[in-house]
Design a protein around this ligand. Sequence first.
Ligand code: ZN
Ligand code: ZN
Length: 363
Amino acid sequence: MKAAILERAGQPLVIDDVTVSNPGPHEVLIRTAACGLCHSDLHFMEGTYPHTMPCVPGHEASGIVEAVGSEVRAVKVGDAVVTCLSSYCGHCEFCVTGRLSLCLGGPTRRRKGAPPRLTRTSDGGAVSQMLNLSAFAEQMLVHEHACVAIDPDMPLDLASVLGCAVTTGAGTVFNLCKVTPGESVVVVGCGGVGLATINAAKIAGAGRIIAADPLPEKRALAMKLGATDVIDPTDPDAARQVVEMTRGGADHAIEAVGRSASADFAVGTIRRGGMATIVGMMPLDQKVGLSAMDLLAGKRLQGSMMGGNRFPVDLPRLVDFYLRGLLDLDTIIAERISLGQINEGFDKMKLGHSARSVIVFGQ
Ligand SMILES: [Zn+2]
Ligand SMILES: [Zn+2]
C-alpha cells in the first residue's frame, strides 16, 4: 500500500510503498477512506513532540473493515468505522471508572521491541505506527479498541474528522465542561477543534458563545457554526470586552490553540467560579496558571485529553447529530485532497487560514 512516511523531523513526508502485516487476534485491518490533517501531526513532524522514526503519522480517519483477527468482537468485515487514538484496555482504573481517554492502553498499544506491523516494501525496514493508527496510508492495522462501527449512511469523508477534532471539541463541551443551557462559552482559536467546540456549545444550548480568532475568515466560520459574538484576541482589550459582554466573565473558556498566551487569555475571560479548559497541545516547556486572585475567586483550570471521550459511545452519537442536521461537518472541512497533496495540505495549515483539510483515498 502507499503511505506517507515521516523519516526525520522537519522534513516533508515521503510517499512510499509499505507492507502491512496480517491482523493479530485483536487487530482490525481497515481500508482507509479518509483522513484529516491535524495540528498534532504537525507537532510530531516539526519535532515539538518526540516519536520513533521512520513512522507514518495520521490519526483522524474513517474506513471500511477489510479483515479481523480471530478474537475481534467489536467490529466485523464490511463495517464502516472511525478510528480514535484513545484506544482503551477495558480493565484499568481509568477504564472501569468510565474515563477511557485517560487509559494508557496496556495491551492495546505497541510494545517496544515487538515485531513491526508496518515495514518498508523496498528494504523490509521497520516503520513505526504513530499513535497506534498510522492513518496517512491506504490501509490501517489497529487494535479493535481503537475503532468503532458507525451508521453506514454516514459519508466517510465527513466521518473522518469525528476521529479527533470533533470528538475533542464536542467531548470537551459535553464530557468535561458539561455546559448547561444558557451558560456562556468563550472559544479561543477557530481551527477544526475550535469550530467543533462552538458547534457543540450550540447543541448543548449555551447562551452566549464568543469565538476568538485573529483571522476574519475564521471568525466568519465561527458565526456560521453558532457563535453569537466574535472577537480578535490580539486586541489588547479583548479579555475585558468578553468580561463586559458576559457581565463579569464567561462560565467557560475553552482554549483550542496550544499557546500559553491564548491559555492565559482564556483564564482572563472567565467569571468567578468559571472554568478554563485547555484543549490545545502546548509546547512541552510551556505552562498556564491561576493567580492568587483567580484562586480566591474560585476560578478553575483543567486539561482536556481528547475531550475526555468515551469514543465507542460518543462517536455514534456525533454521527446521529450530523445525520439530524445538528453538527455542521461540511463547514468544518475546508478542502478534500489526495494523499499526494499531503505536504501542501500541511503547508496551508502552517499559514493558519483554512479550517480542516481531509485526504480522500482512491481519488
Ligand atoms: Zn488530532
Ligand atoms: Zn484502561
